[in-house]
Write a protein that binds this ligand. Structure first.
Ligand code: HDE
Length: 712
């Protein structure tokens, strides 16, 4: 196998590729390139003259029996029969993209010797895979679930895999519980129901019996579990890792990623509908943004604690069900992650990528976090059943630095290693271990106290509720209400009363009011008394409103312009131009996906979609331009009236101009909706959360997305 150093840059059609992309190019075939031969061949390279008709012993008129001799037919069917590989046991459904990571300066050098984290001259290629956890490969994107956020950094010292989630804590403290937890959340064993949902008896049964899930359940029932986009969610390493600097000092670390676009969620009703209307919503969103040059970007941050501070807190810093409140351990943002290239082919890239928490580089290490320790085995192990022994040689998994060792053979070995020896030590001194000076990974000499072999958990691991309550307290009232509704939705899908009652009792341990509100909806008797008084503690940056971008932006947002015959074309053209200039996407939606006539009847625009084909749920905002005939026609069409009502109900930004205002007024039944205030008739007006104007103005077009009864 040819190894390509990270420094190699290769120019393809004028685009300079990073080390990983250049390396991947060696494994890429493009049927459009002349060099590929362009015509079909068998897998052994012979050109194929017919791929449709099986070779037969036949009479030209009546046909006849097929011959087993036909290698082209046999190979085609044989390869098809074996196309599927086992899907991931969790996180089966995902979407991936390429990009880069870089640090702003060398400020992290005080904590880590890892060049990827301390050398600002480096631009490290990355591959990121986002995922849901519960559902199978074919499940919908917008289900209520945790999202995976796994990053492979192709560093010059080897691959570093940061296998994180969009929620900073986890359900359980001990890795050994993972099979039980996953069995409980996955479809129930007797009927394989439900798909992509935690709304079932076994999940809530497990919750009610395992207190340590309390904190994570609060997150999973919050809006964090229904993101608007992969591009608009945070990422967290979750487990506590360590950083080791040049002086061999060790710090504990939590990794954070914060999206440039802010953290945004769907509303539950939207998420439910999109799951049917466009199950690939998040996949498409990721590709659409990158293809349109709106590259998703995150600030990369670290929370660091010196070893000496390990016991300073009322929680154990190695407990993955706890976060480190940012009020007491601030996040230092040291770099950025940007995704700028979609995959060429899903299977060899997004499906075959394999992450391992144990893949680290010098300067980064592990902690005694018991969940992390179990993960170290699980990821390495699971790749065998998914991808086979030589999974690290697959193009997407190969490091960009040289790989050299005495590991050999196994199914599908790719590398051919020269030489007489495949062991160390050997008489030629071929491939010796690296010294520390040569960059060899040397474990930090961590001091272990004299210990007794026993199955125990450290004392602070016994406390499970404080941060669950703190998270709920830290949410804004609307986020709290969404949590109430989410829990009520889930519990109404729980059939056994015993499970519902036990779940309410558990919720009562987190917060009595929360339990009361949920119990009231699902018809369960509330425990008479609070389990304990709510401690009233809050922490910063737990509400997602904390991450609203400083400068409001409509970048990459999808905006529908609703038209009908008789619309005002110049206004629509101006709107489209202004939306595009703001790096957002404009889609004209009309009664048909064809030419829609303008108000003078002299032309029109071609609608991108028709009212039935796309629903308001798939857009962030909707605009209705002027045009009396168009407004009248839309008012007669139930589907388009529903479009606007639904957008309003989902707190979407709605804009209307001229006669479009009259249509919105009728559709929503808000007689007071006007397009001008008497004092400033030419300005835009915001009322009922709707932006209206008498005529088109450029300031209006970039109007604040996100206004509405519930700002999202
Ligand atoms: Fe995973 N997890 N996990 N997990 N996980 C897998 O590895 C596991 C945990 C996460 O896009 C599997 O390659 C155990 C926490 C992501 O390919 C498997 C435990 C976090 C992905 C596995 C955990 C994660 C996985 C399945 C408890 C957030 C998708 C396929 C000790 C920090 C990676 C695979 C991708 C995937 C095991 C807990 C995130 C079976 C045993 C905590 C993002 O190995």
């Amino acid at each position: 196998m040819e190894q390509v150093a990270a420094s190699i840059k290769r120019s393809v059609q004028g685009v300079v590729l990073d080390g990983k992309s250049a390396q991947l190019l060696h494994s890429t075939v493009d049927p459009n390139e002349a060099a590929s031969g362009k015509v079909i061949t068998t897998m052994h390279g012979t050109r194929v003259a017919n791929t449709d008709t099986w070779l037969k012993a036949a009479d030209a008129q009546f046909g006849g029996p097929a011959l087993l001799e036909d290698h082209v037919a046999l190979e085609k069917i044989h390869r098809f029969d074996h196309e599927r590989i086992p899907e991931r046991v969790v996180h089966a459904r995902g979407a991936g993209a390429h990009g880069y990571f870089r640090v702003f300066d060398n400020s992290a050098a005080q904590y880590t010797a890892a060049k990827v984290l301390n050398d600002p001259s480096r631009k490290t290629p990355v591959f990121v895979r986002f995922s849901t956890v519960q559902g199978p490969r074919g499940s919908a994107d917008t289900v209520r679930d945790v999202r995976g956020f796994a990053i492979k950094f192709y560093t010059e010292e080897g691959n570093w895999d940061l296998v994180g989630n969009n929620i900073p804590v986890f359900f359980i403290q001990e890795a050994m519980k993972f099979p039980d937890f996953v069995h409980a959340v996955k479809p129930e064993p007797h009927n394989e129901v439900p798909t992509g949902q935690s709304a079932h008896d076994n999940f809530w049964d497990y919750y009610s019996l395992e207190t340590e899930t309390s904190h994570m359940i609060q997150w999973a029932m919050s809006d964090r579990a229904i993101p608007r986009s992969y591009r608009m969610m945070q990422g967290f390493g979750v487990n506590t890792y360590t950083l080791i600097n040049d002086k061999n000092e060790r710090h504990f670390v939590k990794f954070h990623l914060t999206p440039e676009l802010g953290v945004h969620s769907l509303m539950w009703d939207e998420a439910l509908k999109i799951a049917g209307q466009d199950p690939d919503f998040h996949r498409k969103d990721l590709n659409e943004a990158i293809d349109n040059g709106a590259y998703p970007a995150w600030s990369f941050g670290i929370q660091v604690l010196p070893e000496s501070r390990q016991d300073e807190f009322d929680f154990d810093i190695l407990d993955a069900t706890k976060l480190w409140p940012e009020d007491i351990v601030p996040v230092k943002y040291i770099g950025e992650l940007v995704l700028n290239r979609t995959v060429d082919e899903y299977f060899p890239e997004t499906e075959q990528v394999a992450f391992c928490t144990s893949h680290v580089v010098p300067g980064i290490g592990f902690s005694d976090d018991p969940l992390l320790q179990g993960r170290m085995f699980s990821y390495l192990d699971t790749q065998l059943s998914r991808l086979g022994t030589n999974w690290e040689e697959l193009p997407i998994n190969r490091p960009v630095c040289p790989v050299m060792n005495h590991i050999r053979d196994g199914q599908h070995r790719q590398t051919i290693t020269k030489g007489k020896v495949n062991y160390w030590p050997n008489r030629f001194e071929h491939a010796p271990p690296a010294t520390a000076e040569q960059g060899g990974y040397v474990e930090h000499p961590q001091k272990i106290m004299a210990a007794i072999k026993q199955r125990v958990r450290a004392p602070k691991f016994q406390e499970h509720l404080n941060q669950a309550t703190m998270f709920f307290n830290s949410l804004s009232p609307i986020e709290q209400l969404h949590t109430v509704n989410a829990m009520a939705f889930e519990l109404s899908h729980v059939e056994e009363e015993q499970v519902r009652t036990a779940a309410i009792a558990r919720i009562n341990q987190v917060d009595h009011t929360l339990a009361k509100l949920v119990a009231g909806k699902v018809g369960v008797d509330l425990p008479a008394k609070p389990f304990r008084e709510n401690h009233g503690l809050k922490a910063k940056n737990l509400s997602q409103f904390a991450f609203a971008p400083k400068v409001p932006s409509i970048k990459s947002r999808r905006i529908a312009i609703l038209v009908a015959d008789g619309f005002d074309e110049p206004v629509v053209m101006a709107l489209k131009a202004a939306i595009t200039a703001s790096s957002a996407l404009a889609f004209v939606v009309g009664p048909r996906s064809g030419l829609i006539k303008n108000m003078t009847g002299t032309g029109g625009v071609k609608a991108d979609h028709h009212y039935e084909g796309q629903r308001s749920t798939l857009f962030d905002a909707v605009v209705i331009p002027p045009g009396a005939a168009a407004a009248a026609a839309m008012a007669q069409d139930g589907r388009v009236v529903h479009w606007v009502r639904e957008a309003f109900g989902h707190a979407k930004a709605i804009g209307a101009i001229g006669e479009g205002v009259a249509f919105v007024r009728e559709a929503l039944g808000v007689p007071g909706l006007q397009y001008a205030s008497p004092s400033a008739p030419d300005e835009v007006v915001v009322s009922y959360g709707i932006v209206t104007a008498r005529a088109y103005t450029t300031t209006w077009a970039a109007a604040d997305i996100g206004i509405g009864p519930e700002k999202k």
